[in-house]
Write a protein that binds this ligand. Structure first.
Ligand code: SAH
Length: 586
Protein backbone atom coordinates (compact mmCIF):
# COMPACT_ATOMS: atom_id res chain seq x y z
CA UNK A 1 0.00 0.00 0.00
CA UNK A 2 1.12 3.57 -0.67
CA UNK A 3 1.67 5.80 2.33
CA UNK A 4 -1.18 8.23 2.92
CA UNK A 5 -1.13 11.88 1.96
CA UNK A 6 -2.04 13.97 5.01
CA UNK A 7 -3.90 17.05 3.84
CA UNK A 8 -4.27 20.19 5.98
CA UNK A 9 -5.83 23.61 5.52
CA UNK A 10 -4.23 25.67 8.27
CA UNK A 11 -1.63 25.84 11.04
CA UNK A 12 -4.16 24.52 13.58
CA UNK A 13 -3.88 21.06 12.01
CA UNK A 14 -0.11 20.87 11.67
CA UNK A 15 0.67 19.29 15.05
CA UNK A 16 -1.92 16.53 14.57
CA UNK A 17 -0.72 15.99 10.98
CA UNK A 18 2.86 15.51 12.18
CA UNK A 19 1.75 12.97 14.79
CA UNK A 20 -0.05 10.94 12.12
CA UNK A 21 2.92 11.30 9.78
CA UNK A 22 5.27 9.95 12.46
CA UNK A 23 3.19 6.77 12.52
CA UNK A 24 3.76 6.15 8.80
CA UNK A 25 7.34 7.32 8.67
CA UNK A 26 8.12 4.78 11.35
CA UNK A 27 6.34 2.10 9.31
CA UNK A 28 8.11 3.09 6.10
CA UNK A 29 11.33 2.24 7.91
CA UNK A 30 10.01 -1.31 8.41
CA UNK A 31 9.48 -2.80 4.99
CA UNK A 32 7.43 -5.61 6.54
CA UNK A 33 4.54 -3.22 7.08
CA UNK A 34 4.31 -2.96 3.30
CA UNK A 35 4.31 0.82 3.16
CA UNK A 36 6.27 1.65 0.02
CA UNK A 37 6.04 5.41 -0.20
CA UNK A 38 7.00 8.48 1.79
CA UNK A 39 4.18 9.93 3.87
CA UNK A 40 3.90 13.68 3.34
CA UNK A 41 1.87 16.54 4.73
CA UNK A 42 0.14 18.54 1.96
CA UNK A 43 -0.55 22.11 3.05
CA UNK A 44 -2.65 24.91 1.59
CA UNK A 45 -0.39 27.46 -0.08
CA UNK A 46 -0.25 30.82 1.69
CA UNK A 47 -1.85 29.49 4.89
CA UNK A 48 0.62 26.95 6.22
CA UNK A 49 3.86 25.33 5.14
CA UNK A 50 4.64 21.61 5.29
CA UNK A 51 6.13 19.06 2.84
CA UNK A 52 4.05 19.66 -0.30
CA UNK A 53 1.97 22.73 -1.07
CA UNK A 54 -1.28 22.84 -3.04
CA UNK A 55 -3.43 25.73 -4.16
CA UNK A 56 -6.94 24.27 -4.20
CA UNK A 57 -8.28 21.61 -1.80
CA UNK A 58 -10.83 20.03 -4.18
CA UNK A 59 -8.35 19.62 -7.03
CA UNK A 60 -5.70 18.26 -4.67
CA UNK A 61 -8.01 15.67 -3.08
CA UNK A 62 -9.31 14.57 -6.48
CA UNK A 63 -5.81 14.17 -7.88
CA UNK A 64 -4.65 12.11 -4.90
CA UNK A 65 -7.79 9.98 -5.06
CA UNK A 66 -7.45 9.40 -8.80
CA UNK A 67 -3.86 8.26 -8.27
CA UNK A 68 -5.03 5.77 -5.64
CA UNK A 69 -3.21 7.54 -2.79
CA UNK A 70 -4.77 7.00 0.65
CA UNK A 71 -5.97 10.35 2.04
CA UNK A 72 -6.07 11.58 5.62
CA UNK A 73 -7.79 14.97 5.46
CA UNK A 74 -7.69 17.10 8.60
CA UNK A 75 -10.98 18.89 8.00
CA UNK A 76 -14.73 18.40 8.16
CA UNK A 77 -15.94 15.09 6.71
CA UNK A 78 -18.53 17.01 4.67
CA UNK A 79 -15.85 19.01 2.85
CA UNK A 80 -14.03 15.82 1.87
CA UNK A 81 -17.24 14.16 0.68
CA UNK A 82 -18.21 17.15 -1.44
CA UNK A 83 -14.74 17.40 -3.01
CA UNK A 84 -14.64 13.70 -3.94
CA UNK A 85 -18.32 13.28 -4.87
CA UNK A 86 -17.75 13.56 -8.65
CA UNK A 87 -15.33 10.60 -8.53
CA UNK A 88 -17.31 8.16 -6.42
CA UNK A 89 -19.11 6.04 -9.00
CA UNK A 90 -16.40 3.37 -9.31
CA UNK A 91 -16.39 1.53 -6.01
CA UNK A 92 -13.81 -1.03 -7.15
CA UNK A 93 -10.81 1.29 -7.28
CA UNK A 94 -11.24 3.17 -4.05
CA UNK A 95 -8.25 4.21 -1.90
CA UNK A 96 -8.83 4.69 1.82
CA UNK A 97 -10.11 8.19 2.70
CA UNK A 98 -10.39 9.43 6.30
CA UNK A 99 -11.45 12.69 7.86
CA UNK A 100 -9.64 13.56 11.10
CA UNK A 101 -10.54 16.47 13.37
CA UNK A 102 -7.83 19.16 13.38
CA UNK A 103 -7.24 18.69 17.08
CA UNK A 104 -7.03 14.90 16.71
CA UNK A 105 -10.21 14.28 18.73
CA UNK A 106 -12.07 12.32 16.01
CA UNK A 107 -11.02 9.81 13.34
CA UNK A 108 -13.69 9.05 10.73
CA UNK A 109 -13.10 6.44 8.00
CA UNK A 110 -15.14 7.55 4.96
CA UNK A 111 -14.22 5.46 1.92
CA UNK A 112 -12.11 2.49 0.94
CA UNK A 113 -13.62 -0.25 3.12
CA UNK A 114 -12.04 -2.87 0.87
CA UNK A 115 -8.71 -1.06 0.78
CA UNK A 116 -8.13 -1.10 4.52
CA UNK A 117 -9.59 2.23 5.67
CA UNK A 118 -10.71 0.76 8.98
CA UNK A 119 -7.25 -0.61 9.69
CA UNK A 120 -5.89 2.89 9.10
CA UNK A 121 -8.59 4.42 11.27
CA UNK A 122 -7.70 2.08 14.14
CA UNK A 123 -3.97 2.78 13.78
CA UNK A 124 -4.39 6.55 13.63
CA UNK A 125 -6.92 6.60 16.46
CA UNK A 126 -4.57 4.54 18.61
CA UNK A 127 -1.74 7.00 17.91
CA UNK A 128 -4.02 9.91 18.86
CA UNK A 129 -5.43 8.04 21.88
CA UNK A 130 -9.08 8.25 20.73
CA UNK A 131 -11.70 5.74 19.54
CA UNK A 132 -12.11 5.50 15.74
CA UNK A 133 -15.62 6.07 14.38
CA UNK A 134 -15.92 2.62 12.73
CA UNK A 135 -19.33 2.06 11.19
CA UNK A 136 -18.84 -1.21 9.24
CA UNK A 137 -20.87 -3.91 11.03
CA UNK A 138 -18.68 -6.89 10.08
CA UNK A 139 -15.62 -4.98 11.12
CA UNK A 140 -17.13 -4.00 14.47
CA UNK A 141 -18.12 -7.54 15.25
CA UNK A 142 -15.02 -9.41 14.03
CA UNK A 143 -12.34 -6.77 14.48
CA UNK A 144 -11.22 -7.21 10.87
CA UNK A 145 -12.62 -6.88 7.38
CA UNK A 146 -13.01 -10.49 6.24
CA UNK A 147 -13.54 -9.29 2.67
CA UNK A 148 -10.22 -7.46 2.53
CA UNK A 149 -7.49 -10.14 2.42
CA UNK A 150 -3.86 -8.94 2.42
CA UNK A 151 -1.62 -8.44 -0.65
CA UNK A 152 -1.07 -11.71 -2.49
CA UNK A 153 -4.65 -12.90 -1.91
CA UNK A 154 -7.85 -12.17 -3.81
CA UNK A 155 -11.49 -12.58 -2.89
CA UNK A 156 -13.23 -14.90 -5.40
CA UNK A 157 -16.53 -13.01 -5.48
CA UNK A 158 -17.49 -9.82 -3.67
CA UNK A 159 -21.25 -10.45 -3.86
CA UNK A 160 -20.87 -13.88 -2.31
CA UNK A 161 -18.51 -12.35 0.28
CA UNK A 162 -21.16 -9.87 1.37
CA UNK A 163 -23.78 -12.63 1.73
CA UNK A 164 -21.30 -14.71 3.71
CA UNK A 165 -20.54 -11.86 6.12
CA UNK A 166 -24.22 -11.15 6.65
CA UNK A 167 -24.74 -14.84 7.49
CA UNK A 168 -21.96 -14.54 10.08
CA UNK A 169 -23.55 -11.34 11.44
CA UNK A 170 -26.85 -13.20 11.67
CA UNK A 171 -25.20 -15.56 14.13
CA UNK A 172 -23.63 -18.37 12.12
CA UNK A 173 -20.10 -19.59 12.73
CA UNK A 174 -17.43 -20.69 10.25
CA UNK A 175 -14.61 -23.12 9.66
CA UNK A 176 -11.36 -21.99 8.09
CA UNK A 177 -9.83 -24.30 5.50
CA UNK A 178 -6.38 -23.61 4.16
CA UNK A 179 -3.79 -21.12 5.31
CA UNK A 180 -5.20 -17.75 6.43
CA UNK A 181 -2.66 -16.38 8.92
CA UNK A 182 -4.16 -12.87 8.78
CA UNK A 183 -7.36 -14.22 10.35
CA UNK A 184 -5.56 -15.66 13.39
CA UNK A 185 -6.35 -12.62 15.53
CA UNK A 186 -9.84 -11.97 14.17
CA UNK A 187 -12.72 -12.51 16.55
CA UNK A 188 -14.56 -14.79 14.12
CA UNK A 189 -17.19 -17.16 15.49
CA UNK A 190 -15.32 -20.37 14.65
CA UNK A 191 -16.50 -23.94 14.85
CA UNK A 192 -15.11 -27.10 13.23
CA UNK A 193 -18.62 -28.33 12.56
CA UNK A 194 -19.90 -25.06 11.06
CA UNK A 195 -21.96 -25.10 7.88
CA UNK A 196 -20.04 -22.08 6.57
CA UNK A 197 -16.38 -22.24 5.55
CA UNK A 198 -13.71 -19.71 4.64
CA UNK A 199 -11.62 -21.57 2.11
CA UNK A 200 -8.17 -20.38 1.05
CA UNK A 201 -7.39 -22.21 -2.17
CA UNK A 202 -6.09 -21.66 -5.71
CA UNK A 203 -8.93 -23.90 -6.99
CA UNK A 204 -11.80 -22.15 -8.72
CA UNK A 205 -14.90 -21.44 -6.59
CA UNK A 206 -17.68 -23.81 -7.60
CA UNK A 207 -20.48 -21.40 -6.69
CA UNK A 208 -21.35 -22.95 -3.29
CA UNK A 209 -23.07 -20.32 -1.19
CA UNK A 210 -21.81 -21.63 2.13
CA UNK A 211 -18.18 -20.86 1.24
CA UNK A 212 -16.14 -17.68 1.21
CA UNK A 213 -13.35 -18.45 -1.22
CA UNK A 214 -10.07 -16.53 -1.12
CA UNK A 215 -7.40 -17.30 -3.72
CA UNK A 216 -3.72 -17.05 -2.89
CA UNK A 217 -1.83 -15.74 -5.92
CA UNK A 218 0.21 -18.91 -6.06
CA UNK A 219 0.20 -19.93 -9.74
CA UNK A 220 2.71 -18.87 -12.39
CA UNK A 221 1.94 -19.45 -16.07
CA UNK A 222 4.90 -19.86 -18.43
CA UNK A 223 4.31 -19.39 -22.14
CA UNK A 224 6.55 -19.92 -25.16
CA UNK A 225 5.82 -19.48 -28.85
CA UNK A 226 5.08 -22.52 -30.98
CA UNK A 227 7.29 -21.44 -33.83
CA UNK A 228 9.06 -18.43 -35.26
CA UNK A 229 5.75 -16.56 -35.59
CA UNK A 230 4.81 -14.84 -32.35
CA UNK A 231 1.28 -15.46 -31.07
CA UNK A 232 -1.36 -12.80 -30.69
CA UNK A 233 -2.23 -11.49 -27.21
CA UNK A 234 -5.64 -13.14 -27.42
CA UNK A 235 -4.09 -16.49 -28.31
CA UNK A 236 -1.73 -16.28 -25.32
CA UNK A 237 -4.57 -15.34 -22.96
CA UNK A 238 -6.73 -18.18 -24.30
CA UNK A 239 -3.90 -20.65 -23.80
CA UNK A 240 -3.35 -19.57 -20.19
CA UNK A 241 -7.07 -19.61 -19.41
CA UNK A 242 -7.43 -23.10 -20.92
CA UNK A 243 -4.51 -24.41 -18.86
CA UNK A 244 -5.90 -22.94 -15.62
CA UNK A 245 -9.32 -24.36 -16.41
CA UNK A 246 -7.94 -27.80 -17.26
CA UNK A 247 -6.45 -27.97 -13.76
CA UNK A 248 -9.45 -26.46 -11.99
CA UNK A 249 -7.49 -23.34 -10.98
CA UNK A 250 -9.02 -19.89 -10.57
CA UNK A 251 -7.96 -16.98 -12.80
CA UNK A 252 -7.43 -14.94 -9.62
CA UNK A 253 -4.80 -17.43 -8.43
CA UNK A 254 -2.50 -16.32 -11.22
CA UNK A 255 0.47 -14.38 -9.80
CA UNK A 256 2.47 -13.73 -12.97
CA UNK A 257 3.04 -14.55 -16.61
CA UNK A 258 6.52 -15.84 -17.41
CA UNK A 259 8.13 -15.81 -20.87
CA UNK A 260 11.60 -16.37 -22.34
CA UNK A 261 13.95 -13.36 -22.15
CA UNK A 262 14.39 -13.55 -25.93
CA UNK A 263 10.78 -12.45 -26.41
CA UNK A 264 11.06 -9.45 -24.09
CA UNK A 265 10.16 -6.92 -26.78
CA UNK A 266 7.07 -8.84 -27.99
CA UNK A 267 4.10 -6.47 -27.62
CA UNK A 268 1.60 -9.37 -27.66
CA UNK A 269 3.06 -10.71 -24.41
CA UNK A 270 2.79 -7.30 -22.76
CA UNK A 271 -0.80 -7.00 -23.92
CA UNK A 272 -1.61 -10.53 -22.72
CA UNK A 273 -0.25 -9.74 -19.24
CA UNK A 274 -2.38 -6.57 -19.20
CA UNK A 275 -5.47 -8.55 -20.18
CA UNK A 276 -4.74 -11.15 -17.52
CA UNK A 277 -4.01 -8.31 -15.04
CA UNK A 278 -0.76 -9.86 -13.82
CA UNK A 279 2.90 -8.79 -13.99
CA UNK A 280 4.99 -10.09 -16.90
CA UNK A 281 8.38 -11.57 -16.00
CA UNK A 282 11.15 -13.05 -18.08
CA UNK A 283 13.59 -15.89 -17.62
CA UNK A 284 15.98 -18.01 -19.66
CA UNK A 285 15.13 -21.69 -19.98
CA UNK A 286 17.80 -23.94 -18.50
CA UNK A 287 18.70 -27.17 -20.23
CA UNK A 288 16.88 -29.74 -18.13
CA UNK A 289 16.24 -32.71 -20.39
CA UNK A 290 12.83 -34.34 -20.49
CA UNK A 291 10.81 -31.23 -19.67
CA UNK A 292 8.87 -29.08 -22.07
CA UNK A 293 10.22 -25.69 -22.88
CA UNK A 294 7.63 -23.78 -20.85
CA UNK A 295 8.13 -26.08 -17.88
CA UNK A 296 11.87 -25.48 -18.09
CA UNK A 297 11.27 -21.74 -17.86
CA UNK A 298 9.41 -22.25 -14.60
CA UNK A 299 12.15 -24.47 -13.33
CA UNK A 300 14.81 -21.79 -13.78
CA UNK A 301 12.70 -18.87 -12.50
CA UNK A 302 11.07 -20.36 -9.40
CA UNK A 303 13.15 -20.57 -6.26
CA UNK A 304 10.39 -22.03 -4.07
CA UNK A 305 8.99 -25.58 -4.02
CA UNK A 306 6.23 -26.00 -6.57
CA UNK A 307 4.32 -28.54 -8.57
CA UNK A 308 4.64 -28.18 -12.35
CA UNK A 309 1.42 -28.80 -14.26
CA UNK A 310 1.78 -29.36 -17.97
CA UNK A 311 0.35 -31.41 -20.68
CA UNK A 312 2.55 -32.99 -23.35
CA UNK A 313 -0.06 -32.15 -25.96
CA UNK A 314 0.44 -28.41 -25.18
CA UNK A 315 4.17 -27.89 -24.63
CA UNK A 316 3.90 -24.13 -25.12
CA UNK A 317 2.24 -23.49 -21.76
CA UNK A 318 2.97 -24.77 -18.27
CA UNK A 319 1.76 -23.83 -14.80
CA UNK A 320 3.60 -23.84 -11.51
CA UNK A 321 1.47 -24.28 -8.41
CA UNK A 322 3.17 -23.13 -5.21
CA UNK A 323 1.92 -23.76 -1.71
CA UNK A 324 1.84 -20.05 -0.80
CA UNK A 325 1.23 -16.73 -2.53
CA UNK A 326 4.22 -15.73 -4.68
CA UNK A 327 5.71 -12.26 -4.96
CA UNK A 328 6.08 -11.79 -8.73
CA UNK A 329 9.02 -9.43 -8.14
CA UNK A 330 11.11 -12.44 -7.09
CA UNK A 331 10.60 -14.30 -10.39
CA UNK A 332 13.17 -13.85 -13.18
CA UNK A 333 13.18 -10.21 -14.17
CA UNK A 334 10.89 -7.56 -15.58
CA UNK A 335 11.26 -5.93 -18.97
CA UNK A 336 13.09 -2.73 -18.24
CA UNK A 337 11.49 0.58 -19.09
CA UNK A 338 12.95 3.91 -20.01
CA UNK A 339 10.52 6.81 -20.19
CA UNK A 340 11.81 10.21 -21.21
CA UNK A 341 9.50 12.84 -19.82
CA UNK A 342 9.16 16.61 -19.89
CA UNK A 343 8.16 18.30 -16.64
CA UNK A 344 6.65 21.30 -18.39
CA UNK A 345 7.92 24.74 -17.40
CA UNK A 346 7.89 24.05 -13.67
CA UNK A 347 4.52 23.85 -11.94
CA UNK A 348 2.64 20.59 -11.37
CA UNK A 349 -0.48 21.73 -13.26
CA UNK A 350 1.49 22.05 -16.46
CA UNK A 351 2.98 18.57 -16.28
CA UNK A 352 1.01 16.09 -18.41
CA UNK A 353 -0.61 13.24 -16.44
CA UNK A 354 1.38 10.58 -18.37
CA UNK A 355 4.61 12.13 -17.05
CA UNK A 356 3.24 12.04 -13.49
CA UNK A 357 2.27 8.38 -13.95
CA UNK A 358 5.76 7.54 -15.23
CA UNK A 359 7.30 9.26 -12.20
CA UNK A 360 5.00 7.38 -9.83
CA UNK A 361 6.00 4.07 -11.41
CA UNK A 362 9.73 4.80 -11.60
CA UNK A 363 12.31 2.87 -9.62
CA UNK A 364 15.07 5.22 -10.83
CA UNK A 365 15.00 8.88 -11.80
CA UNK A 366 17.78 10.49 -13.82
CA UNK A 367 18.40 14.04 -14.91
CA UNK A 368 20.03 17.33 -14.18
CA UNK A 369 19.82 17.93 -10.40
CA UNK A 370 17.58 21.01 -10.68
CA UNK A 371 15.01 19.13 -12.76
CA UNK A 372 15.10 16.01 -10.59
CA UNK A 373 14.28 18.26 -7.62
CA UNK A 374 11.45 19.82 -9.62
CA UNK A 375 10.06 16.32 -10.38
CA UNK A 376 9.74 15.57 -6.66
CA UNK A 377 8.70 14.87 -4.07
CA UNK A 378 9.94 11.36 -4.81
CA UNK A 379 9.53 8.35 -2.58
CA UNK A 380 12.24 7.07 -0.29
CA UNK A 381 12.43 3.85 -2.32
CA UNK A 382 13.08 5.67 -5.63
CA UNK A 383 16.73 5.99 -6.59
CA UNK A 384 17.82 9.37 -7.84
CA UNK A 385 20.81 9.74 -10.15
CA UNK A 386 21.38 13.47 -10.55
CA UNK A 387 24.18 14.71 -12.77
CA UNK A 388 25.75 17.76 -14.27
CA UNK A 389 23.70 19.34 -17.06
CA UNK A 390 26.35 18.84 -19.71
CA UNK A 391 26.98 15.09 -19.38
CA UNK A 392 24.01 14.21 -21.53
CA UNK A 393 25.32 11.21 -23.49
CA UNK A 394 26.78 9.67 -20.36
CA UNK A 395 23.41 10.06 -18.64
CA UNK A 396 21.57 8.52 -21.60
CA UNK A 397 23.84 5.46 -21.54
CA UNK A 398 23.43 5.14 -17.78
CA UNK A 399 19.65 5.15 -18.24
CA UNK A 400 19.82 2.23 -20.70
CA UNK A 401 22.14 0.29 -18.41
CA UNK A 402 19.69 0.60 -15.51
CA UNK A 403 16.66 -0.18 -17.68
CA UNK A 404 18.26 -3.26 -19.20
CA UNK A 405 18.59 -4.67 -15.67
CA UNK A 406 14.79 -4.63 -15.53
CA UNK A 407 14.35 -1.32 -13.71
CA UNK A 408 11.74 1.34 -14.47
CA UNK A 409 13.77 4.39 -15.36
CA UNK A 410 12.52 7.92 -15.89
CA UNK A 411 14.72 10.53 -17.51
CA UNK A 412 13.56 14.05 -16.79
CA UNK A 413 13.91 17.18 -18.89
CA UNK A 414 12.26 20.52 -18.36
CA UNK A 415 9.57 21.62 -20.81
CA UNK A 416 9.33 19.09 -23.61
CA UNK A 417 11.99 16.33 -23.68
CA UNK A 418 12.28 16.57 -27.46
CA UNK A 419 12.97 20.32 -27.55
CA UNK A 420 16.70 20.97 -26.95
CA UNK A 421 16.64 18.24 -24.31
CA UNK A 422 17.25 14.59 -23.44
CA UNK A 423 15.04 12.64 -25.88
CA UNK A 424 17.41 13.12 -28.79
CA UNK A 425 20.43 12.18 -26.65
CA UNK A 426 18.67 8.99 -25.56
CA UNK A 427 17.92 8.01 -29.17
CA UNK A 428 21.47 8.83 -30.23
CA UNK A 429 22.81 6.53 -27.50
CA UNK A 430 20.42 3.77 -28.58
CA UNK A 431 21.30 4.04 -32.27
CA UNK A 432 25.02 3.89 -31.51
CA UNK A 433 24.65 0.80 -29.35
CA UNK A 434 24.73 -2.81 -30.53
CA UNK A 435 23.59 -4.12 -27.15
CA UNK A 436 20.53 -6.39 -27.55
CA UNK A 437 19.53 -5.73 -23.95
CA UNK A 438 19.24 -2.01 -24.70
CA UNK A 439 17.11 -2.75 -27.76
CA UNK A 440 14.75 -4.83 -25.58
CA UNK A 441 14.09 -1.92 -23.20
CA UNK A 442 10.55 -0.52 -23.44
CA UNK A 443 11.35 3.01 -24.52
CA UNK A 444 8.78 5.78 -24.60
CA UNK A 445 8.85 9.53 -24.80
CA UNK A 446 6.19 11.61 -23.06
CA UNK A 447 5.71 15.15 -24.41
CA UNK A 448 5.65 18.21 -22.21
CA UNK A 449 4.72 21.88 -22.35
CA UNK A 450 7.78 23.58 -23.81
CA UNK A 451 8.95 26.96 -22.45
CA UNK A 452 7.96 28.76 -25.66
CA UNK A 453 4.40 27.43 -25.41
CA UNK A 454 4.07 28.23 -21.70
CA UNK A 455 5.43 31.75 -22.22
CA UNK A 456 3.26 32.33 -25.29
CA UNK A 457 0.12 31.24 -23.41
CA UNK A 458 0.77 33.75 -20.63
CA UNK A 459 1.32 36.56 -23.10
CA UNK A 460 -1.63 35.63 -25.34
CA UNK A 461 -0.93 33.92 -28.65
CA UNK A 462 2.29 35.27 -30.16
CA UNK A 463 2.86 31.85 -31.81
CA UNK A 464 -0.57 32.05 -33.45
CA UNK A 465 0.91 31.83 -36.94
CA UNK A 466 4.10 30.27 -38.41
CA UNK A 467 7.01 30.29 -36.00
CA UNK A 468 10.34 28.62 -35.33
CA UNK A 469 12.27 27.61 -32.26
CA UNK A 470 15.98 28.38 -32.22
CA UNK A 471 18.58 27.60 -29.60
CA UNK A 472 21.25 30.27 -29.41
CA UNK A 473 23.66 27.89 -27.74
CA UNK A 474 26.75 27.26 -29.83
CA UNK A 475 27.98 24.51 -27.52
CA UNK A 476 26.81 21.78 -29.90
CA UNK A 477 26.62 23.60 -33.24
CA UNK A 478 28.84 26.22 -34.90
CA UNK A 479 27.82 29.88 -34.57
CA UNK A 480 27.83 30.26 -38.39
CA UNK A 481 24.92 27.81 -38.65
CA UNK A 482 23.00 29.79 -36.05
CA UNK A 483 23.58 33.02 -37.98
CA UNK A 484 22.39 31.49 -41.26
CA UNK A 485 19.24 30.10 -39.67
CA UNK A 486 18.51 33.36 -37.91
CA UNK A 487 18.86 35.31 -41.11
CA UNK A 488 16.48 32.96 -42.95
CA UNK A 489 13.95 32.97 -40.12
CA UNK A 490 14.05 36.75 -39.83
CA UNK A 491 13.76 37.18 -43.57
CA UNK A 492 10.84 34.71 -43.74
CA UNK A 493 8.96 36.83 -41.16
CA UNK A 494 8.63 33.85 -38.80
CA UNK A 495 7.95 34.52 -35.14
CA UNK A 496 11.15 33.33 -33.40
CA UNK A 497 11.31 31.68 -29.98
CA UNK A 498 14.87 31.82 -28.63
CA UNK A 499 15.95 29.08 -26.23
CA UNK A 500 19.27 29.29 -24.35
CA UNK A 501 19.56 33.01 -25.22
CA UNK A 502 22.62 33.77 -23.05
CA UNK A 503 24.80 32.24 -20.40
CA UNK A 504 27.93 33.24 -18.55
CA UNK A 505 30.03 31.34 -21.10
CA UNK A 506 28.11 32.86 -24.05
CA UNK A 507 27.81 36.60 -23.28
CA UNK A 508 27.82 38.16 -26.79
CA UNK A 509 25.67 35.78 -28.82
CA UNK A 510 22.28 37.36 -28.07
CA UNK A 511 23.40 40.87 -29.07
CA UNK A 512 24.77 39.50 -32.30
CA UNK A 513 21.54 37.61 -32.95
CA UNK A 514 19.42 40.71 -32.28
CA UNK A 515 21.59 42.75 -34.70
CA UNK A 516 20.74 40.26 -37.43
CA UNK A 517 17.01 40.25 -36.61
CA UNK A 518 17.00 44.09 -36.61
CA UNK A 519 18.21 44.07 -40.22
CA UNK A 520 14.82 42.59 -41.16
CA UNK A 521 12.37 43.69 -38.45
CA UNK A 522 11.20 47.16 -37.39
CA UNK A 523 12.04 48.52 -33.90
CA UNK A 524 8.29 48.43 -33.17
CA UNK A 525 8.23 44.59 -33.48
CA UNK A 526 6.58 42.99 -30.43
CA UNK A 527 8.80 41.01 -28.06
CA UNK A 528 7.77 38.79 -25.13
CA UNK A 529 10.20 37.88 -22.34
CA UNK A 530 9.18 35.04 -20.05
CA UNK A 531 11.47 34.35 -17.11
CA UNK A 532 10.97 31.31 -14.86
CA UNK A 533 7.51 30.88 -16.29
CA UNK A 534 5.47 28.43 -14.20
CA UNK A 535 8.04 28.62 -11.38
CA UNK A 536 8.05 30.67 -8.17
CA UNK A 537 8.83 34.33 -8.90
CA UNK A 538 8.14 33.92 -12.63
CA UNK A 539 7.80 37.16 -14.63
CA UNK A 540 6.43 38.11 -18.02
CA UNK A 541 7.34 41.30 -19.90
CA UNK A 542 6.21 42.62 -23.22
CA UNK A 543 8.29 45.25 -25.01
CA UNK A 544 9.49 46.12 -28.49
CA UNK A 545 12.53 45.02 -30.42
CA UNK A 546 13.81 48.61 -30.21
CA UNK A 547 13.63 48.54 -26.40
CA UNK A 548 15.08 45.05 -25.94
CA UNK A 549 18.65 44.79 -24.73
CA UNK A 550 20.55 41.70 -23.70
CA UNK A 551 20.76 42.84 -20.07
CA UNK A 552 16.99 42.10 -19.85
CA UNK A 553 17.67 38.44 -20.57
CA UNK A 554 19.38 35.56 -18.77
CA UNK A 555 19.57 31.79 -19.25
CA UNK A 556 16.22 31.30 -17.51
CA UNK A 557 14.47 33.54 -20.02
CA UNK A 558 12.47 32.68 -23.12
CA UNK A 559 12.64 35.39 -25.77
CA UNK A 560 9.85 35.50 -28.33
CA UNK A 561 10.39 37.99 -31.14
CA UNK A 562 7.17 38.66 -33.06
CA UNK A 563 6.66 38.79 -36.83
CA UNK A 564 5.67 41.96 -38.69
CA UNK A 565 2.03 41.13 -37.85
CA UNK A 566 2.38 40.36 -34.15
CA UNK A 567 0.36 42.94 -32.21
CA UNK A 568 -0.47 44.03 -28.70
CA UNK A 569 -3.63 45.54 -27.23
CA UNK A 570 -4.94 46.54 -23.83
CA UNK A 571 -8.29 45.29 -22.71
CA UNK A 572 -10.67 46.33 -19.94
CA UNK A 573 -10.18 48.74 -17.05
CA UNK A 574 -7.50 46.71 -15.32
CA UNK A 575 -5.20 47.27 -18.29
CA UNK A 576 -4.67 43.59 -19.17
CA UNK A 577 -2.44 43.39 -22.21
CA UNK A 578 -2.48 40.67 -24.82
CA UNK A 579 0.07 39.92 -27.52
CA UNK A 580 -0.98 37.80 -30.48
CA UNK A 581 -0.10 36.97 -34.05
CA UNK A 582 -3.22 36.84 -36.22
CA UNK A 583 -3.87 33.70 -38.25
CA UNK A 584 -4.25 35.56 -41.53
CA UNK A 585 -1.70 37.19 -43.78
CA UNK A 586 -2.11 40.25 -45.94
N1 SAH B 1 13.29 21.29 -23.08
C1 SAH B 1 13.10 22.64 -22.62
C2 SAH B 1 14.14 23.60 -23.13
C3 SAH B 1 15.52 23.36 -22.65
S1 SAH B 1 16.64 24.60 -23.21
C4 SAH B 1 11.70 23.10 -23.04
O1 SAH B 1 11.08 22.45 -23.88
O2 SAH B 1 11.25 24.12 -22.51
C5 SAH B 1 16.66 25.67 -21.82
C6 SAH B 1 16.09 27.02 -22.18
O3 SAH B 1 14.68 26.95 -22.19
C7 SAH B 1 16.41 28.11 -21.17
O4 SAH B 1 17.68 28.69 -21.44
C8 SAH B 1 15.29 29.10 -21.39
O5 SAH B 1 15.52 29.85 -22.55
C9 SAH B 1 14.13 28.16 -21.71
N2 SAH B 1 13.31 27.85 -20.54
C10 SAH B 1 13.17 26.65 -19.94
N3 SAH B 1 12.29 26.71 -18.93
C11 SAH B 1 11.85 27.98 -18.87
C12 SAH B 1 10.92 28.68 -18.03
N4 SAH B 1 10.28 28.05 -17.05
N5 SAH B 1 10.69 30.00 -18.27
C13 SAH B 1 11.34 30.61 -19.29
N6 SAH B 1 12.23 30.00 -20.09
C14 SAH B 1 12.50 28.72 -19.90
Amino acid sequence: MNAPAIVILGTGALATARRIQALYVERGAHAAAGVATACQVHALQGRVEADVSYSELGAQLRELYARGTPIVALCAAGIVIRCLAPLLSNKGAEPPVLAVAEDGSAVVPLLGGLAGVNVMARDIAAALAVQPAITTSGELRFGTCVLNPPDGYALADLGQGKRFVSDLLAGESTRIEGDAPWLDDAQLPRSESARLAIRVTPRAWDGREDELVIHPRSVVAAVVSDDADADSADAIVARVRAALKAHGLAMLSLAALLAPSASMADPALAQAARLLEVPLRFSDAGAEPGETNAARLLHTALRVPHETLHDDAHPNVALALCSLAIDAATLGRARGRLTVIGLGPGCAELMVPAARTALNEATDVLGYDTYVKMAGPLRADQRVHGTDNRKEMQRARHAFELASEGRSVVMVSSGDPGVFAMAAAVLEALEASSNDAWAAVELSIVPGVSAALATAAQAGAPLGHDFCMLSLSDNLKPWTIIETRLRHAAQADLVIAFYNPVSRARPWQLDKALDIVREYRAPSTQVVLGRDIGRPGGTLRTLTLGELCSADVDMRTMVIVGSSLTRKFACGDNGAQWVYTPRWYE
